[in-house]
Design a protein around this ligand. Structure first.
Ligand code: 13P
Ligand code: SF4
Length: 357
């Protein structure tokens, strides 16, 4: 098999020379959770929102997207005519995205409409399949990411609407809290379409699907307490997919880009306890070796780990073969045409709400 005997250095050299040959026709975006040897050769890195915007602005013909499926699907939905999105590892999914289907979202919204006197906007987290995004686009809703969920939810609440937030219960609950929506004005929605709330269902403003990220669900209050006892001067920064009880006692919370930027601007010698994906925390520690950077608890994302330098080299090599007329593109992403239009509306609505400030 091609590249089987290649070392990491040889793979890096191969990708570097292939992209020189392809010039501006190829870009390699990589999410922050992707392995450092890939991030080091990427054209741009970022959180889910930054990547979606950067990719939507590129004019490159070939986009080798180093991330999980929902991210590459988002890039394919926003791609212009003639652009091709390739996924080095198509088996890299996201368990949270699998926690709701578009038909479940539809049934949940109908159940909400049956108990609430107000109109409800569906807001889907980026970590979802294209059909779920399309459902939101077709129902006056929007996509959101961890960096803008607060702004998107506020947009709808300010318009006097409820929000049905899915699939991540924890991000939605953290956002509701930040917006001052009291717990009795939120309800958890289970996958049998029953509700749990401490208040009156008719008064609920934010309905939250019962999904979660297994990587961030692993963090508990005791982890924060243990790490604080080891590092009393350390600041705790977490990703908002973490549980509300963890978010409540952390010093800061934000997207992967927020976490990277915050630590990059901090003083040399400062100490950080970081509650997010392990490989990313290790890369931050590598990049800022004059600071003490520790994971809140080692919690890797197995799907992000599936993307390797070798699978990236194979995707790049297929682009070279394709432009030279010697083969087809490897693992090109094709989103079901039925979902493209609605998903595009929901993604563009997110960008519009965020960019208008
Ligand atoms: P960000 O948008 O913060 O990069 O989060 C993506 C993700 O999958 C976190 O688990
Ligand atoms: Fe999905 Fe969690 Fe992995 Fe992010 S960290 S891709 S939400 S499983």
């Amino acid at each position: 098999m091609k590249f089987d005997r290649y070392s990491l250095t040889m793979l890096t050299e191969y990708i570097t020379s292939a992209r020189e040959e392809l010039g501006g026709r190829l870009v390699i975006p990589a999410h922050h959770y992707i392995a450092p040897d890939i991030v080091d050769i990427a054209d741009f890195t970022g959180d889910s929102y930054k990547l979606a915007v950067d990719v939507s602005r590129t004019s490159a013909e070939f986009i080798v997207f180093c991330g999980v499926k929902f991210m590459a699907d988002g890039a394919a939905v926003l791609a212009k005519e003639g652009q091709h999105v390739l996924m080095p590892e198509p088996r890299a999914g996201c368990p949270m995205a699998d926690m709701i289907t578009a038909s479940e979202a539809d049934a949940a919204l109908k159940a909400i409409n049956a108990v609430s006197p107000r109109e409800t906007a569906p807001v889907v987290y980026m970590n979802s399949h294209a059909d779920a995004k399309s459902f939101c686009g077709r129902n006056n809703g929007s996509v959101c990411t961890s960096s803008n969920a607060k702004k998107i939810v506020k947009h709808y609440l300010d318009a006097g609407m409820n929000v049905f937030f899915f699939p991540d219960y924890h991000l939605g609950s953290n956002v509701a809290d930040e917006l001052g929506v009291s717990p009795d004005m939120t309800a958890r929605v289970y996958n049998d379409f029953t509700f749990e709330t401490t208040g009156e269902l008719s008064a609920v403003k934010v309905f939250l699907w019962n999904g979660f990220c297994p990587v961030h669900y692993d963090f508990d209050v005791e982890d924060v307490q243990r790490m604080r006892s080891h590092y009393p001067d350390g600041k705790v920064v977490i990703h908002p997919e973490s549980k509300r009880a963890v978010a409540d006692i952390a010093d800061m919370s934000g997207s992967t880009q927020f976490i990277y930027d915050t630590i990059s601007k901090s003083d040399p010698g400062s100490t950080w306890i970081v509650g997010t994906e392990l490989t990313f925390v290790q890369r931050i520690a590598r990049d800022f070796s004059d600071r003490v950077i520790e994971p809140l608890k080692p919690s890797p994302c197995p799907d992000m780990r599936k993307v390797t330098l070798k699978s990236t080299a194979l995707a790049v090599s297929s682009v070279l073969d394709y432009v030279n007329g010697n083969g087809s593109l490897l693992n090109e992403v094709h989103v079901n045409q039925e979902h493209v239009e609605g998903a595009k509306i929901a993604l563009e609505r997110m960008i519009e709400i965020v960019e208008k400030g």
